[in-house]
Design a protein around this ligand. Structure first.
Ligand code: ADP
Length: 602
């Protein structure tokens, strides 16, 4: 499939035709130094240009040149890098009038980027009429950030008025990296905690827990977080008002200062290019040394924070210009992190040479607990692959069965050891009702959950006995009990909080971990999975087919087993939100409403 990828920035354009199956570039166009002195290249050869030095005019010339170079080759789709997708998009989308309008509406949040992305879309429609266009958003991968990572601690009314929250960027690259990690380690990324350091001119660091972005250093704009080529990254916001008062700067001047005159360039006063700074530091330049030290110190600081946020880290990745090419920077960042299980093999680190054929290299010490990988990112290819998926999806017509939905009230699964303490040695749970999943039952026995703040009585035990204790509650229960439980798939209780349980005659046990809010999920048999075209641990969107109140549940986990029967499980909070009838304690009550699979998200 031939995909044209258009990536327009304020001063540069990249447009490549990529064979997304062979993963090779067929035609490439680039333009840099716009508007000062534009340099245009087609397949790395300069093109003479005397026209207007605007993105609009240069893109017209570039796309026409690509069209001519393609001769009779046909483009299947066009993928656009769109910087800001706001809260609307957690996936790439086929561009129609509504999508264009949304990108337009988001200009307030990305005034430097979204207008230029719209020009790209407009020009592509004119020059390649009839070819479908897809928007691939920098923000999309981070839609899974939990609320605690999304909010700024500012007045909520002002935040809501302007949609001020943490969106995160570089999502296409971080997502691509996650897929590369899974393939390289031959592991399902849904079992891994990954920290991805994208260190280019723009730099960001992302915490990816079990395949989902849970923290990202960039926020409302790409200015937050790490120190970058010309951006400051995190600063005390007091500096802004200080400068406005003392330098009498306007908002635009402050933004220019923090975006274009800070970072490596500003702090060193020498260059925004890491290669220059390393060279100068080796020659003894103190300003270059300080800039490098601040740059690496901050990355170390974020890695520590993100490891804490995820309660551990399995894989640390370095990517983009600096991350891929500088052994020195990788070494500085990782030094002194053996307490976390991060230790480099110096020889491997020094000899990294990434290429298309060797695009992932393991540089960790063979005894280190954390795998440290250098990975070649390729944003253009990542956009082409995302676009290909959407085009294939568009061309596919799927007739699928409806999925029954069930509401799962709070309940507990207990281990043999815990049942022994709560009900007596070798006590067998007695069946109250069978559950719809074969072999499962709601027991007559119940427990009391004792949280820091409150108790919840008569919480149903579900049988049969399991290897591990697991307490599944809703978000509302979480607050009532005073427990901060993570959203997890069943069985993944590692690092979750504990709780006290009271059983028969006041017998009490405190479990060290096991309290989770169940990740909404769909059980299905492999035959159903084949019909839906999904596999175990996929994450999908689900539409609730209700004429009066249609609703989409995002982030729904697929669980496939030949023991499962097709059914979606949500908890009582989610059932209430969807105005569905709530289940009884410990039961999965089927509602009349059906749901259908909407889209695949990961
Ligand atoms: P972007 O795509 O965000 O413009 P890149 O990913 O190309 O940026 O990264 C650019 C940065 O990578 C520059 O700071 C450049 O100096 C740095 N870089 C490239 N090669 C090396 C190297 N061998 N050693 C150190 N830094 C490098």
């Amino acid at each position: 499939m031939y995909i044209l990828v258009i990536n327009c920035g304020s001063s540069s354009i990249k447009a490549d035709v990529i064979d997304s199956v062979a993963q090779s570039t067929i035609v490439s166009f680039s333009a840099e130094r716009i508007p000062a002195s534009p340099v245009l290249q087609l397949n790395k050869n300069n093109i003479a240009y005397n026209g207007e030095p605007t993105i609009d005019a240069i893109l017209t010339v570039g796309l026409q040149a690509i069209k001519d170079a393609l001769e009779d080759k046909y483009i299947n789709g066009i993928g656009h890098r769109v910087v800001h997708g706001g809260s609307e998009y957690s996936q790439p989308v086929l561009i129609d009038d509504k999508v264009e309008q949304t990108i337009h509406d988001l200009i307030a949040l990305a005034p430097l980027h979204n207008p230029i992305n719209l020009i790209g879309i407009q020009k592509a429609k004119e020059i390649f009429a009839g070819v479908p266009n897809v928007a691939v958003f920098d923000t999309a991968f981070h839609q899974t950030l939990p609320n605690r990572a999304k909010h700024y601690a500012i007045d909520k009314n002002i935040a809501a008025k302007y949609n001020i929250k943490r969106y995160g960027f570089h999502g296409t690259s971080h997502k691509y990296i996650v897929e590369k990690v899974g393939k390289f380690l031959k592991q399902d990324v849904k079992n891994l905690k990954i920290i991805s350091c994208h260190l280019g001119s723009g730099a960001s660091i992302c915490a990816i827990e079990y395949g989902r972005s849970v923290e990202i250093s960039m926020g409302l704009t790409p200015m937050e977080g790490l120190m970058m080529g010309t951006r400051s990254g995190d600063i005390d916001p007091g500096i802004i008002t200080f400068l406005q008062e003392n330098e009498h700067w306007t908002a635009k001047q402050v933004e220019d200062f923090l975006n274009k005159k800070s970072g490596l360039a500003g702090l060193s006063g020498l260059s925004n290019d890491m290669r220059d700074l390393i060279q100068k530091a080796e020659e003894g330049n103190e300003d270059a040394r300080i800039a490098i030290q601040v740059f690496t110190h901050r990355i170390t600081k974020y890695i520590g924070a993100y490891a804490a946020v995820m309660n551990g880290v399995d894989v640390l990745v370095f990517t983009a210009g600096i991350g891929e090419n500088s052994a020195e920077i990788r070494n500085r960042i990782c030094t002194g992190m053996d307490f976390l299980g991060i230790k480099l093999d110096e020889h491997k680190n020094e000899s990294v040479k990434l290429s298309k054929d060797a695009d992932v290299i393991n540089i960790s010490d063979e005894n280190a607990r954390v795998k440290v990988l250098a990975i070649k990112t390729d944003e253009q290819l990542a956009i082409a692959l995302e676009t290909q998926k959407i085009i294939e999806e568009k061309n596919k017509v799927n007739c699928v069965p409806k999925i029954p939905i069930a509401i799962s009230a709070r309940h507990v699964h207990l281990s043999r050891e815990t049942v022994d303490i709560l009900f007596g040695k070798d006590y067998e749970l007695t069946e109250f009702k069978p559950l719809s999943q074969p072999g499962q039952f709601a027991a007559n026995e119940t427990v009391i959950l004792v949280g820091k703040k409150n108790k919840i009585e008569k919480v149903r035990i579900l049988g049969p006995i399991r290897p591990k204790d697991q307490v599944e509650i809703s978000k509302t229960d979480e607050f009532f009990l005073g427990i901060d439980a993570p959203v997890r798939e069943s069985g993944k209780t590692e690092g979750s909080p504990g709780i006290t349980l009271i059983g028969k005659d006041g017998a009490t046990v405190t479990i060290a971990e096991g309290v989770i809010v169940a990740w909404r999920h769909i059980h299905m048999h492999p035959d159903d999975a084949a019909i839906f075209g999904v596999k175990d641990k996929d994450i999908v969107s689900v539409d609730i087919d209700d004429e009066e109140r249609p609703l989409t549940f995002k982030n729904v986990l697929i669980r496939v087993s030949d023991k499962y029967k097709l059914e979606m499980h949500i908890d009582t909070d989610e059932g209430n939100a969807a105005e569905l009838k709530s289940g009884e304690e410990g039961e999965l009550v089927l509602c009349a409403t059906n749901v259908s699979l909407h889209e695949r998200m990961v």
